[in-house]
Every structure is written in C-alpha cells, then in structure tokens.
Design a protein around this ligand. Sequence first.
Ligand code: FES
Length: 261
Amino acid sequence: MILQEEMTILSNVNIAPRVFRMVLQGEMVLDMQVPDQFLHLRVPSPDKVLRRPISISEYDHATKTCVIIYRVEGPGLADVSEMVPGQKLDVMGPLGNGFDLSTPFPNKKALIVAGGIGTPPMVQLARDLQKKGVAVTVFLGFAQASAVILEAEFREVAADVQVVTDDGSYGRQGHVGVLMDGVEMADFDAVYACGAPGMLRAVAAKTENHPNAFISMEARMACGMGACYACVVHVVGDETGQQSLKVCDNGPIFRVGKVVI
Ligand code: FES
C-alpha cells in the first residue's frame, strides 16, 4: 500500500562530501517489507513542486524507523540537507517493487555489486540475505576514498567485502569490473547490482546467462507511481521502440536482460 505521511526526522548527518544520512520515523515503516523500494520526498520549499525519489537504505519495524542516504545534486535536496531533528518531512511510499528474495539459494551464496550512491539500498538487501543464511559477497566501487560509505555496515553482515576506487586512494584501484573478473558468476545463486549505468552494463555483460541477476535502475521521476511516464525504460529486443516499462512502478528492480540500460 502506498502511503503519504509527515514522517519525523530523528537525525540528518553529513557522512561524505554532499552525502547525508537521514533517519525517519513513522507508521509507513511498517509497510516496508522488501529491500530497495524508495520514498518520494517533498522538498520543503514552496517553489519546488517535484518530489525527489530516494531509495530506502534500511528499515526497522520495531522502532518504526528507516534510513535514507542521499547525495545533494541540486537545490531541492540541499534544502532537505538543512532540515534538523524534530522537523517533519512529507513522504510518499514505500514505492517500487524492491528485490524479490524468493528465488532459490541452493548454494547459499549471493553477490552484491554496488557503486557510489547506489550502495545504500543494498544494506537492507545484505542483511535480509544474511538472515536467510546466505553468504554474501559485496563488491563496492567509489570515485575516491572520501566517497566511501557504508563499508562497516556491509562488513557486519557479509562474508566478504571488497572495495575499489577509481583513483586507488582506497582499496584496489579500478572499477568493480576488476573484482568481478576474479569470480565465477555461476557460483552465486543470485547477483544484485545498483549503481551508475556503466557499472550496470558491466554487471549485465557478466551475467547475461545467469538465471537470477537483477539490476536496480535509476530514472528521473515526477509522479513516482506510474501515472506520468517520466521514467520509462525500453524493453530489450523491442525493435518498434513502442514497448516501455516504468522504473517507478515496474521497477526499480529488473532482471538483467529485461530493459535497455
Ligand atoms: Fe511518473 Fe514513473 S515517475 S510514471
């Protein structure tokens, strides 16, 4: 069920250059059941009418709290970054399909590949997989050392966490592709990826024959609930260009090979 709620901000902390971690509390958390759904935030400025989609990083039903991690890329989220504990934030959600964990895990192994601001929603995914008894390998990619986030959170639950940076200032130098070159995708029951399109294409190239490989797509959004067609992506193999799916409604999670990245 999609709800709209004035959620209470419990904290809003700068954790990396332009990146903030916000804890929100409200009844809506009880409707969060799968990793990588998103919230549609109303920016607290009357001149900014479009909401901003931000993925849910973690949620906890017991405390009715959830965590969102967002990067300030314009004036809208800059306004959100200045909000303080105790203030209310107008939120719609939870939106999108989220990762489906009902696929079989005969080998009890999964791989998460994430980059930059695509890493936050994978925290809940890694936790949920660990709770299912799945050993999770996590490959994380960032631009440089100062941009590295959430490594400790992944280390709490994952069997193996490896980090690369573009400039080599932290972890190995390179893109996550250098880490993927060192493993057999077929060893993992499922592969999950979230990050920039280039990274998603690299994962898709490695997993095109994998039965359970999933990507989380990003898109510019307006309504966030399937009504406006602002977020369409095209279906692979559709030569007419007429078939499309909506990231907000049919996604943001798609099987590798389903949509054009
Ligand atoms: Fe309106 Fe997706 S944002 S249809």
